[in-house]
Design a binder for this molecule. Structure first.
Ligand code: 1JT
Length: 257
């Protein structure tokens, strides 16, 4: 297969269904010739991920609940056995209990705080550590997803904003640690997109309307636009970029009032 990611391999964590940003990233990487492994968290998602992965030739599907160290170990061991090496990790995993994404932030429970950070922030470091051996000497690239709620107050985003701030700081520290090994680490700050995660978020339609009205491009972004930037960050065109956050948000983040 030709394409600028031919003979490269990658793993995507966080596909739930065909609307997932992770799925758009997978399509973009596969379109450039990358061979992919997909992970799913819990049996509930296995069928959906397997049926999507079937669309991508030669792909691998593995369980990996990022709160279970043994599952992360096993997933990377299998990737090593099947692929022999790894070039790209796409971390598209986040979770917070629904009740935490509404009302006042100060009501955040300790349990909600800890769980959201474990799944959405710490997991990047947990996964990065396991990928090192497989990425050695291959100019690897680690890409994660974030949201502007990490740097500005976005009503209802609440504890996820704190977790995404920790995730973005983790990107910088990991970039410094892994740069000497040739591994780059970056985040994509995506504008709001109607995905499974967004479903049930109070007032999500109003957020989309606001972006369409106020952003420089006067529209919302698509998951495919995030996928394109993901393939750019995975490939050789971004060889000088690490530790940073790239906005795929129709320019919304530059606006004041
Ligand atoms: C999670 C969820 C992480 C929704 C997310 C997310 N990152 C972005 N979104 C969409 C979103 C959500 C809210 C919002 C604006 C955008 C849900 C499951 C947990 C992880 O606030 C107005 C709440």
């Amino acid at each position: 297969m030709s394409g600028f990611l031919a003979n490269k391999t990658g793993v995507i964590l966080g596909v739930a269904n065909k609307r997932s940003i992770a799925w758009a990233c997978a399509r973009a990487l596969a379109d450039q010739g990358m061979r992919l492994a997909f992970t799913y968290a819990g049996e509930r998602l296995e069928k959906s991920v397997r049926s999507l992965a079937e669309e991508i030739e030669g792909s691998l599907v593995l369980p990996c609940d990022v709160t279970k160290p043994a599952e992360i170990d096993a997933a990377f061991e299998r990737i090593g056995e099947e692929f022999g090496y790894l070039d790209t990790v796409v971390h598209a995993v986040a979770f917070a209990p629904r009740e935490e994404l509404q009302g006042d932030f100060y009501h955040t429970t300790k349990e909600g705080y800890m769980l959201s950070h474990e799944v959405s922030a710490y997991s990047l470091t947990a996964v990065a550590r396991r990928s090192l051996a497989l990425m050695e000497g291959r100019q690897g690239s680690i890409v994660t997803l974030t949201y502007i709620g990490s740097e500005r107050v976005v009503e209802n985003y609440n504890v996820m904003g704190i977790a995404k701030a920790a995730l973005e700081a983790s990107v910088r520290y990991l970039a410094a640690d892994l740069g000497p090994r040739g591994i780059r680490v970056n985040a994509i700050s995506a504008g709001p997109i109607r995905t499974l995660s967004a479903s049930g978020v109070q007032g999500f339609s109003e957020i989309l309307d606001h972006i369409a009205k106020k952003s420089p491009l006067k529209r919302n972004i698509t998951a495919e636009e995030v996928g394109s930037v993901c393939s750019f960050l995975a490939g050789p065109m971004s060889s000088g970029i690490t530790g940073t956050t790239i906005y795929v948000d129709a320019g919304f983040h530059v606006m004041g009032i």
